[in-house]
Ligand binder design. Sequence first.
Ligand code: M6R
Length: 375
Amino acid sequence: EKSGYDHYMLKEIHEQPRALRQTISGRIDPDAGSVDVEVDLPPEYIASIEEIQIVACGTSNYAGRYAAELLESTVDVRTTVEVASEYEFDGGRDPWRTLVVAVTQSGETADTLSAIRRAKRAGARTLAVTNTLGSTIVRETDDSVFIRAGPEIGVAATKTFASQVATLTLLAVHIGRERGTLPYGRAQELLDSVRQLPNAVQSVLDAEDRVREVAREYVDSDAFFFIGRQLGYPVSLEGALKLKEISYDHAEGFAAGELKHGPLALVTEETPVLALLTDGSRPKETLNNVKEVQARGAPVIGARTDAGDGSSAGAGPGGADASSYVDVDLPVPAIGDLEPLVANVYWQLFAYHVANEKGRPIDRPRNLAKSVTVE
Ligand code: M6R
């Protein structure tokens, strides 16, 4: 069933282009700049939304954070993201005008279910974004949107993260267009980025041999730090979660600008820094943080927007000289807002190959369950 792959995780990483095509299929009308995610949110309701609150755990929470960045700019509504286990509903005078969105692959995560129950009791409208038809979350929310990634067996969420972000991007465009806050041209840009995703992800998968070599080179490091800004920040958190979950190595994700406020003290020659330097992640500013860690001797693995010649060396975001500050330069196809999501596939492959070098039980990491049904 693993189709020749050693682990479900690797199979699922490689399934991403197909999963993303399924996610997108039939949902985009490029000429109209519109989207149909088969959700029953009436236009009057969409117009009346005052706040969006996203609740989710783990990887789904990071997908929510990615989406929140996009939602705030497309929908022009205050959007918050909370770890479901910390969530308390606070919905102002008319709770129904707060749309509470639960992002959950399984649809069975206890913390997320209880957050949704709290929101419902307080009178909010609830929406599930999930991979699982017939799951508890679908029964308990007012509306659901399916990410259509197909079944995921590996405990580490991979293809479902990509499909969650793609689905939430489509939802953001839908709500933004309905509210009249998202201009046609910007909707087109976002939808183009979504449509280019499957091929862009494939180009990263085609570079797997390179990532395996890099993983072998750094496998014995003391710790791994992931840095990024804006859309690159949730991807940094996700990259670190994936690595710690399956390799048992110490890994942390930081907002790049926060390094100098403390974490920089941990940086040595033995702590590789994986930096998100693509469009959508403020690469110029992050390059300054890359220089800070390089000055402390840390090896830097950078994911950067492809300058157009098939490699990310030379000119391009991050400045013409960016390549001289990274030890490993990984090219990401130029597709706009979703470039950090494409770069995430490098982080997935890196985590996989580090864990594989160490002989970890990748599909069944110790102490963890695929679906966490206790609070
Ligand atoms: O099924 P869910 O999306 O609600 O699960 C949430 C988290 O438990 C899950 O994403 C977890 O963090 C993954 N094992 C991460 O790889």
